[in-house]
Design a protein around this ligand. Structure first.
Ligand code: NAD
Ligand code: TYD
Length: 352
């Protein structure tokens, strides 16, 4: 079996659902269930013994050690993190705690477990660390996309904490020989995305008749990847990645934020037109920019494509249409997550 941390979040839950859709190898899901963790994502797995959920913190080494000893996984895939840049600006402490101290605690428990495995299991064991393109910093408009050797230049408390976790993972390989793999992926979108991130926020606000908040001039560029393509890349790296290597994952889909939101509006205009016949694009509202806002990210995924033969299945156009459809078909899921702490967050973040 495999141990997946942070698997109740956006990407982790897609990963678990896809994994169990493709094979019968059980998954232990270790998640602290912060505001971002949602067990409702596993409604389709109710009663499925291949999915074992355990509520816990990756930084609790004693707890993680007990779990490893009990379940004897052949791999650990680490998705657990605080992941929202805006939250890291308002309150960086949780990011340092989970992304840096937590990853350290997890690595310590995994190192002890791995070191005591019989030789054959030891050789086959993998620790895969899921990271982000944001560790590389911001690109000039005409600069080439980030390769794996690009200098680390994190600019937000979120990206700095992820950069620190990447460095710890690297050090555990070089110093202790822990069989690690690291992936750095671009911005994901798709089902189960918590509606405080740009794409699900704008779908939700559009349908609720609320403003679509665009930071600054909306010309910041992100490289978007459909979440299921990220999951297939992680499966491929886990299967065939070279130990100690870093693999960038991206979809070659650079888009300015304003273009992304206008595309969403046009799809919604077709799929669920506004009652007054106007476009949802009328709800676009420019708001104060994010402090230290990175201007452009772009991922060069050539290494992953060349070495491991991975390619994304979706273009931005096909993936974004699927995503809008998913949100229209899953309004109950959205309604359940947009209560309570989510409302407190939006009240603090947006003064519209
Ligand atoms: P998310 O915020 O939706 O989910 C994070 C999950 O981790 C939640 O279920 C949360 O409960 C859990 N968690 C938080 N702290 C924990 C702790 N101390 N112990 C155990 N569980 C804890 O994030 P996501 O968007 O699914 O991102 C998953 C991973 O992928 C993160 O490491 C993130 O840095 C990375 N990543 C995300 C993107 C993106 O676009 N979302 C892109 C590249 C990389
Ligand atoms: P986000 O989804 O928070 O991801 P990240 O900051 O990790 O790339 O934001 C994506 C882009 O959208 C980013 O440039 C910030 C911008 N943005 C807005 O313009 N308005 C919003 O309300 C949010 C949440 C993001």
């Amino acid at each position: 079996m495999i141990l997946v941390t942070g698997a109740a979040g956006f990407i982790g839950s897609n990963f678990v659902l896809d994994w169990l859709g493709a094979c019968d190898e059980p998954v232990i899901n270790l998640d602290k269930l912060t505001y971002a963790g949602n067990l409702e994502n596993f409604a389709s797995l109710a009663g499925d013994e291949r999915h074992i959920f355990i509520q816990g913190d990756i930084g609790d080494s004693a707890r993680v050690s007990k779990l490893l000893a009990e379940y004897q996984p052949r791999a650990v895939i680490n998705f657990a993190a605080e992941s929202h840049v805006d939250r890291s600006i308002l309150g960086p402490a949780d990011f340092i705690q989970t992304n840096v101290v937590g990853t350290f605690g997890l690595l310590e428990a995994v190192r002890a477990y791995w070191g005591a495995l019989p030789e054959k299991e030891r050789a086959l064991f993998r620790f895969l660390h899921v990271s982000t393109d944001e560790v590389y910093g911001s690109l000039e408009p005409d600069a080439p996309a980030f390769t794996e050797t690009h200098r680390y230049e994190p600019n937000s408390p979120y990206s700095a904490s992820k950069a620190a976790s990447d460095h710890l993972v690297r050090a555990y390989h070089h110093t202790y020989g822990l069989p690690v793999l690291t992936t750095n992926c671009s911005n994901n979108y798709g089902p189960y995305h918590f509606p405080e991130k740009l794409i699900p926020l704008c779908i939700h606000n559009a349908l609720a008749g609320k403003p679509l908040p665009i930071y600054g001039d909306g010309q910041q560029i992100r490289d978007w990847l459909y979440v299921k393509d990220h999951c297939s890349a992680i499966r491929r790296v886990l299967e065939a990645g070279r130990l100690g290597e870093v693999y960038n994952i991206g979809g070659w889909n650079e888009k300015a934020n304003l273009d992304v939101v206008n595309t969403l509006c046009h799809i919604l205009d077709e799929e669920q037109p506004r009652v007054d016949g106007k476009s949802y694009a009328e709800q676009v509202t420019f708001v104060t920019d994010r402090p230290g806002h990175d201007r452009r990210y772009a991922i060069d995924a050539t290494k992953l494509e060349r070495e491991l033969g991975w390619k994304p299945a979706e273009t931005f156009e096909t993936g974004i249409r699927k995503t809008v459809r998913w949100y229209l078909d899953n309004q109950d899921w959205v309604a359940n997550v947009t209560s309570g702490t989510y409302r407190e967050w939006t009240a603090k973040q947006y003064t519209l």
